[in-house]
Design a protein around this ligand. Structure first.
Ligand code: UDP
Ligand code: MG
Length: 334
């Protein structure tokens, strides 16, 4: 079977109600585009009927393919698996909850045909999301933009089209704590954005609680910036200057008055507490980097596949742990 032009990748965690609707809208969009396509659904350890719904859709339409993870590995890892298995000339990453309107793919394909290698969706507006989410997202994107070494465009999520060249380049990077949009910016190539309005989730609830958002932010920062490690040097310079000023003052006070210095115990305690807090904070930052170094040195697989339906691994850079790692499968594939 020849490769499709477009591979659409949708990571799914408890999305049983959204999958039929997603499938329907993709069918409509792809009919207007008139190119061959595949839809790769990754079941990221869902606890509802997501897998059953996926298999039904696959049985009904073999262009729908299923990767079933052995457990929940997280959104970014699910996207990575989709990219490893995708065979299209271009790949689109899309959320399963219809917050990334499939209709935008038309415009993305047009830009791709014009010669762009990455076409990312820029969220012009986000509807139906809490003030807290809007604010954290805004702050997050701006911090990342400021302190990372690659220029990750503002207000873009993972919704994007990537040329096969970009997909292969990103697939060759097997780092564990993945920030996919950072990796796709890092590789370079010709990139452009298309604006879209992000609607609220169709069914279900967000699977990104604060804990996961912080984790993603840490991965983005540690993956693409040394800034947090370098902050300590500014702090120490500041404190060095402060103590150069303070020490003579203390000495003079000690010599000229009898009580001023003795009475300063509360100040001493406060300074000590603050400095200790800073030290612990920087130990935490270093711990974050060290933990990630540890992750990389263990070089465990990024994910474990339990089953696949209608699809085989395409990425040659990576061993996939799961039923389809057998040699004959890989050979039969080419
Ligand atoms: N998702 C996933 N694994 C997870 C969490 C989320 O595959 O552990 C998927 C989810 O099904 C959805 C996409 O990632 O398709 C984005 O998640 P969500 O809509 O919960 O995030 P939000 O849009 O609220 O940021
Ligand atoms: Mg969502």
């Amino acid at each position: 079977m020849s490769n499709p032009v477009l591979s659409i990748i949708a990571p799914c965690y408890n999305e049983q109600d959204n999958i039929p609707k997603l499938y329907e809208r993709i069918i409509q969009v792809m009919e207007t585009i008139g190119e061959t396509w595949e839809l790769i659904l990754i079941n990221d350890g869902s606890r509802d009927r997501t897998l059953e719904v996926m298999m039904d859709t696959h049985q009904q339409d073999p262009r729908v393919k299923v990767i079933n993870f052995a457990r929940n590995f997280g959104h970014q890892t699910a996207v990575t698996a989709g990219m490893d298995f995708a065979s299209g000339d271009a790949v689109v990453l899309i959320d399963a909850d219809l917050q990334d309107p499939p209709e935008i793919i038309v415009e993305m394909m047009k830009k791709w045909r014009e010669g762009y290698h990455v076409v990312y969706g820029v969220r012009e507006k986000r509807l139906g999301e809490s003030k807290f989410k809007l604010w954290t997202a805004k702050v997050f994107y701006r911090i990342i933009y400021r302190i990372t070494d690659v220029q990750i465009p503002l207000d873009t999520g993972d919704f994007r089209l990537m040329d096969r060249r970009v997909v292969d380049a990103v697939n060759a990077m097997r780092e564990h704590n993945r920030f996919v949009r950072g990796l796709t910016s890092w590789v370079g190539f010709k990139q452009t954005g298309v604006m879209y309005i992000r609607p609220p989730r169709e069914y279900g609830e967000t699977n990104y609680p604060l804990r996961k958002m912080l984790r993603l932010a840490m991965d983005a920062i540690t993956g693409f910036s040394y800034f947090p490690l370098q902050v300590a040097i500014y702090m120490s310079l500041f404190l060095a200057i402060l103590s150069m000023l303070a020490i003579p003052i203390v000495v003079i006070l000690r010599l000229t008055t009898t009580e001023a210095v003795l009475e300063g115990q509360a100040t001493t305690l406060a300074v000590l507490l603050i400095l200790t807090a800073f030290q612990l904070f920087f130990s935490f930052i270093m711990g974050q980097y060290i933990a990630r170094i540890y992750d990389e040195t263990r070089s465990r697989p990024l994910y474990v596949v339990s089953d696949t339906y209608g699809i085989r691994k395409k990425n040659k850079h990576h061993r996939v742990i799961g039923p389809h790692t057998r040699e004959e499968d890989e050979e039969a594939d080419d």
